[in-house]
Ligand binder design. Structure first.
Ligand code: COA
Length: 180
């Protein structure tokens, strides 16, 4: 069984192969290497956070266990892609990743946060609701492979919920390191 502590830290371009692996394991139509590369090195609005094990060993499990890509575009924080490897789910890792992105966004002038999520993705919607997001509208046939509606979710304003969750994660053992 995989156990042990984890931390959250900004990604570098060297993390690309690990992010790609997680992406391909977690999504029916994953972002490609080119798309990830463009986000990691060619998009000044984009930020990446990684969840990493603090004690990577020789047990066959990867040291990078989750990631979040988000954009800070002036007053808006857009959550673009989020995934946690299956064996490490239900430990609060996704929640900590989103909370840290919201904190980073708020500290750089972000006023509200939004995201699109597949209508059938109840786990992700529950996660976002647990952080205070509300479903705002549906975007019909937004996704392909398979074709599906998106639910647009919003958190407005972002500050108080993010601070609460970051504090809870800190207390519960998932240590959070500040963004550079
Ligand atoms: C969605 C996903 C990122 C959640 O990751 P996670 O680390 O397991 O989530 P957390 O442990 O931080 O969960 C936080 C909260 O979200 C909700 N939640 C998470 N997974 C859930 C599930 N399968 N069913 C219902 N609620 C769920 C719960 O409210 C949970 O709080 P709780 O554990 O106190 O009940 C993960 O399942 C995943 O990578 N899925 C595949 C990729 C994906 O769908 N990404 C999101 C695209 S928008």
């Amino acid at each position: 069984m995989m156990s042990g502590e984890w931390v959250i830290a900004p990604a570098t371009v060297e993390s690309l192969p690990d992010i790609l692996e997680i992406e391909e394991a977690c999504f029916p139509s994953p972002w490609t290497r080119k798309m990830l590369e463009a986000e990691l090195s060619g998009n000044r609005f984009a930020h990446f956070l990684l969840a990493k094990r603090t004690t990577p060993g020789n047990d066959g499990f990867p040291s990078i266990i989750g990631y979040l890509c988000f954009w800070i575009v002036f007053e808006e924080v857009r959550l673009m892609n989020l995934a946690v490897i299956e064996s490490m789910r239900h430990k609060g890792i996704a929640k900590a990743l989103v909370a840290q992105a919201l904190d980073a966004g708020a500290s750089q002038g972000g006023m509200r946060a939004l995201l699109e999520v597949r209508a059938s993705n109840h786990a992700a919607q529950a996660l976002y609701r647990s952080l205070g997001f509300r479903a705002a509208t549906t975007r019909p046939a937004y996704y392909t492979n398979p074709l599906e509606d998106a639910v647009l979710m919003e958190l407005d304003p972002i500050v108080s919920e993010a601070a609460q969750v970051a504090e809870a994660c800190d207390r519960d053992g998932g240590r959070i390191t500040p963004l550079q």
